[in-house]
Design a protein around this ligand. Sequence first.
Ligand code: SAM
Length: 236
Amino acid sequence: MRGRRLFLWALGLLGALILWRLASQRSPVTPAEETEQVRRFYDRIAPRYDSWVQQFERVILEDGRRWAAAQARGETLEIGIGTGRNLPYYPAEVRLTGIDVSPAMLELARERARQLNRPVELRAGDAQALDFPDASFDTVVSTLSLCTIPDPAQAVREAARVLRPGGRLILLEHVRSPLLPIRVIQRLLEPITVRLEHDHLLREPLEDVGAAGLMVEQLERSRLGLVERLVARKPA
Ligand SMILES: C[S@@+](CC[C@H](N)C(=O)[O-])C[C@H]1O[C@@H](n2cnc3c(N)ncnc32)[C@H](O)[C@@H]1O
C-alpha cells in the first residue's frame, strides 16, 4: 500500500517536471512575433472568451468592470477592448474608441455595441504603437490587457503619450501578488499560462506607470494582492 502511494507520488512529480520542462522550452521570439502569436491566439479563442472570462470575473473581479468604466470622462480610449465586456458600464456621455489586436474579438465587441446601442469606434490596432496623435484622449482604460500585451511598459508609455495633460489612465489588472507563497505559485504556473494562453501572471503595471511619468492617484489591491485597481494622472 505504502509502495503504491510512493509510486503514485513519484509519477505525479515526474509528470509535473515534464510539464514544467515543456512549458519552459520557449523558443525566443521578437516582440513583433509575439504580438502576432497573441493575435492568432485571441482570434482562435474569441468565440469562447466570454464564457471563459465570466467565471474569472465572478470570483476575482467583483464589480471591477463597473468601477473601471465609471471612471472614464470625455474622449476615452480602451486598449485591448476584447469582446467589449466593459461597454455596458461606460457613462453615456463618454465618447469611446476601442482598439484590439484581434479582429475576431473586435467583431464580437461590435455585435455587443450594436445590441447595447452604444456608439463606439472600434479599430484593429496595437497598444504598443497606438495610431493616434499625442494628447488626444482624456481617459485611457485597460482591463485584463496588460497581462497579455508582449511589452506592457511600451503600452503604458503609449497610453501616457496619447493622454492629454491632466488625463487619466485607469487600470484593472491581475498582477504579481506581494504575498510570497502566492507569488511562488504564480512563478510556478507562469511558464504554463504563458505557453498556453499568453497570460503573464507576474506583471507589475505600477512600475510601468511610474516609469511613464504618470502620477498614481488611487491604488487598491484585493484577492490576496492578485487584482489591482489603479488610477494615474498625466501631469498637467
Ligand atoms: C484577456 S483579454 C481582455 C479583454 C478585455 N479587455 C476584457 O477585459 O475582457 C486581452 C485582450 O488584449 C488584446 N491584446 C493583446 N495584445 C494586444 C496588443 N498588443 N494591442 C492591442 N490589444 C492586444 C487581446 O487581443 C485580447 O482581446
